[in-house]
Design a protein around this ligand. Structure first.
Ligand code: NI
Length: 472
């Protein structure tokens, strides 16, 4: 008899999520990922002044606000085909890069590593699940936690140097940036950055490698469909035709050159989401957010974005793979290693960008928003992020956001095809169904951000249903 396990809430992620897995003979045979909160930011934005969008959309998420600010200003600028001065482009990159670094370090040390290392037998770490904990509490990785807190603080401070504050930067506006670089701010930023580069090189990456060596079986667990997708990020020239991370996609784990994305081939299914079927399978430029709960066969507040009708994984592994920086494999542990290596790649690039700032040069050109449609594509720490906007005389008449976690944690689509995380869970072996840490390891490898993504669970006949609440 299969057992249905519900982990609700899934902890050590950003936002509100539950997962339901059906376990039969110690193996996951089915999985449903549910975003349990309605976001509704698209609805809030309707009728607002276009300049409100970078301010409001940052409030979607306290972990990755800078990516929303970036996507939002790019979307608004694209309406009138405007580009911004080099200083503004670089200052945006530096603020977004700082946000990546704090997010990656937070994810590894405080959200994901807990799945692999025995915890100290003291609050807040205890009580905890104790299945398959192969690394003892005395391991040096646990000793690095205070340094990881310091690293995160330094990365946040670095983001605030040009962002004005962190989280929720003040300085992203259509047409440019509101902070100007000075020698003092550049020096301050550089001191933090060099400390972080050393931390990433000498502590973070070796710690991820150490976990990978002990849990080498996780290089062949949780691969999913092996379809990877990136919008690209960190523009290196005006207009963004060159980027640190390029745009593209691959299917079935192919290692050749990525294929070019055709943005017209993106659609969002709501067949299994709590949204009106009248909005099903629309391109985001024509999409709308019409909640409908209850709704039969729906189980998530996430829509199901698809590219050419297929599910795709977004995130650091997708970026690093598509750009040829990491192609070892697609699995739980590969996601962690790619993320750590990406932190170093971004940090080293930031050092170069810092030296290309020109003190006294402009940071702003015309930011007027007129009428028309626009799209802003970038990458949050967790993967591809897109904002689609329609404006009329500077007022927003439609706004749609597709976040990376919508790609990764999406529910089934109108073809009943599972989302990437659901697919990655199927086939995972679970040693103790009362402590399904293996399920959490797969989920955490994607670093889901449900606050960004949002959008129960249905008794099935002849199955025992047990709710499992993680104790940490
Ligand atoms: Ni987020």
């Amino acid at each position: 008899m299969p057992t249905i396990k519900i982990i609700d809430p899934v902890t050590r992620i950003e936002g509100h999520m539950s997962v339901e897995v059906t376990i039969d003979n110690g193996r996951v045979v089915d999985a449903y990922c549910t975003g349990t909160l309605f976001r509704g930011f698209e609805t809030i934005l309707n009728g607002r002044d276009a300049w409100d969008a970078p301010v409001i959309t940052q409030r979607i998420c306290g972990v990755c606000p800078v990516s929303h600010a970036t996507a939002s200003v790019l979307a608004l600028e694209s309406i009138d085909a405007k580009s911004v001065p080099d200083n503004a482009r670089i200052l945006r990159n530096l603020t977004l890069g700082a946000n990546y670094i704090q997010s990656h370090i937070l994810h590894f040390y405080f959200l994901a590593a807990r799945d692999y290392i025995k915890l100290l037998n003291a609050a807040p770490w205890a009580p905890a699940w104790d299945v398959d904990m192969r690394i003892p509490a005395t391991d040096p990785i646990n000793g690095h936690l205070p340094q990881a807190i310091e690293a995160r603080r330094r990365a946040h401070e670095m983001g605030a140097i040009f962002g004005g504050r962190m989280p929720m930067a003040h300085t992203f506006i259509p047409g440019g940036f509101t902070a100007v670089p000075s020698q003092q701010s550049i020096d301050k930023y550089l001191a933090q950055l060099d400390w972080l580069i050393n931390f990433i090189r000498s502590v973070y990456i070796p710690d991820v490698q150490a976990i990978g060596a002990v849990y080498s079986d996780y290089f062949s667990i949780g691969g999913g469909d092996k379809n990877l997708f990136a919008f690209g990020a960190f523009d290196l020239n005006a207009g963004g035709t060159q980027k640190l991370f390029g745009r593209g996609y691959i299917e079935n784990g192919q290692t050749g050159a990525p294929a070019a994305l055709n943005l017209n081939d993106i659609s969002e299914s709501v067949t299994h989401s709590w949204y009106s079927d009248s909005t099903n399978n629309l391109h985001p430029s024509a999409g709308s957010t019409v909640p409908q709960n209850p709704k039969s066969n729906a189980y998530s507040w996430l829509k199901a974005p698809r590219y050419t009708g297929k599910p795709f994984e977004a995130g650091p592994l997708a970026r690093m793979w598509i750009n040829g920086d990491y192609q070892r494999g697609i699995s739980v542990m590969d996601r962690h290693l790619a993320r750590a290596n990406e932190a170093l790649k971004v940090a080293e690039a930031m050092r170069g960008w810092l030296s290309s700032l020109r003190i006294g040069n402009p940071v702003y050109s015309d930011g007027t928003v007129t009428s028309g449609s626009g799209v802003g594509l970038t990458e949050a720490a967790r993967g591809a992020l897109g904002h689609w906007v329609l404006a009329s005389s500077g007022k927003i008449s439609r706004y749609q956001v597709i976040t990376p976690t919508c790609w990764n944690a999406s529910p089934r689509d109108s073809q009943n095809v599972p989302g990437p995380m659901e697919k990655a869970l199927i086939g995972v072996t679970v040693a103790d169904a009362n402590q399904p840490v293996e399920v959490l390891r797969v989920i955490h490898s994607y670093d889901p951000c449900l606050a960004c993504a949002v959008h129960v669970i249905r008794p099935k006949s002849r199955a025992r249903i047990v709710s499992v609440k993680p104790r940490y």
